[in-house]
Design a protein around this ligand. Sequence first.
Ligand SMILES: C[S@@+](CC[C@H](N)C(=O)[O-])C[C@H]1O[C@@H](n2cnc3c(N)ncnc32)[C@H](O)[C@@H]1O
Length: 237
Amino acid sequence: MQLTEGSEPTRTGVTSTTRRYVPAAGLRALTRLYDPALALLYREQTWKHRLVEQVAPLVGQRILDLGCGTGTLMLMLQQACPKAGIVGLDPDPQVLALAREKSETAGITMTFVQGFADAPPESEILQSGSFDAIVSSLVFHHLSPAQKTAAFVEAHRLLRHGGAMHVADWGSPQNRLMRLLFYPVQVLDGFGNTADNIQGRLPLLMRNAGFRDTAETFRFSTVSGTLAFVRGQKPTQ
Ligand SMILES: C[S@@+](CC[C@H](N)C(=O)[O-])C[C@H]1O[C@@H](n2cnc3c(N)ncnc32)[C@H](O)[C@@H]1O
């Protein structure tokens, strides 16, 4: 695991501290290889299409992608519903630059914000209760247990009542092979960061943040272990 420094404007907007995060491919030098590796080795399009179907974006909805990385899921959501407003948040300027490049090439305008899911910056774009749905793919296993808790609490705050959160991330392994294949991810992204994932605790952490009807909705075997979708709803008032 390599920790990279990122700038974090705090919610008070008074100070600007730097803090560290795990970059997209675990090591900064590998960031350029992230997209090709995900497409080739992890059948990215297959499960991300499934995730887009689950989110089912509607005209006029605002959808936030936490840890948007190079913006692939954002583009897919936007293509599924051109009249939805898709916002991406990520602390890494390098992946955000790649995401902007991709959206310009596709001729699609989307909004990107630099910041952390567990401490989103004070911004007009990120108002409490202003999102209809929040998505996040392959991000929670980059966060420490405390950051996971904070990220779910912040997602709950940013969602409107009745809105849903959809997380795709590593889950408890379906069998021994899946467990074995997950070790390299743990080495790259950290044993502490991945412990809640492998114990299948994301639905519980989501519930603790105030989400209801939390459930695993889909499992997918990959060369790095079991990918699980977790969904939860912010109660209507
Ligand atoms: C494995 S990549 C996933 C990117 C993208 N969501 C995808 O599905 O391809 C993990 C991303 O999480 C971001 N990240 C790391 N720490 C974060 C944090 N505290 N808050 C939000 N994003 C974070 C990294 O910069 C990276 O872009």
